[in-house]
Design a protein. Structure first.
Length: 111
């Protein structure tokens, strides 16, 4: 069963995250994340159990990424801002891993 298109949009968002953040206001990026938070749960009923569990994890990670961005933006001290940025980078790596696993399920043979 093909994956819902939102997951390809997530993959593209993750690939261009740094560019988006430097080229636009961080609030625009947060709004895009909020859109994913709204859209992703709508896909769960149409997914196989393993894909659904990855979708749930992606959804959770987007909630955490949104909070990480808000904390990063609110940080005033450079050291704190740097730590928050590291958290964001780790969250993006986790999201990328989950998305890659989800997309690889689409191309694996059905059992």
């Amino acid at each position: 069963m093909p994956l819902p298109p939102v997951y390809l949009q997530v993959q593209q968002f993750l690939a261009t995250f740094g560019q988006k953040l430097t080229m636009t206001d961080y609030k625009t990026v947060v709004t895009e994340i909020e859109n994913f938070i709204t859209e992703i749960p709508r896909t769960f009923d149409d997914m196989e159990p393993l894909a659904r569990s990855l979708g749930v994890e992606i959804h959770k990670q987007f909630h955490l990424l949104k909070n990480d961005l808000l904390f990063w933006h609110a940080a005033r001290q450079m050291e704190t801002k740097s730590q928050r940025w590291q958290n964001i980078q780790q969250r993006l790596a986790t999201l990328n891993l989950y998305v890659q696993q989800l997309l690889s399920l689409e191309h694996s043979p059905q059992k």
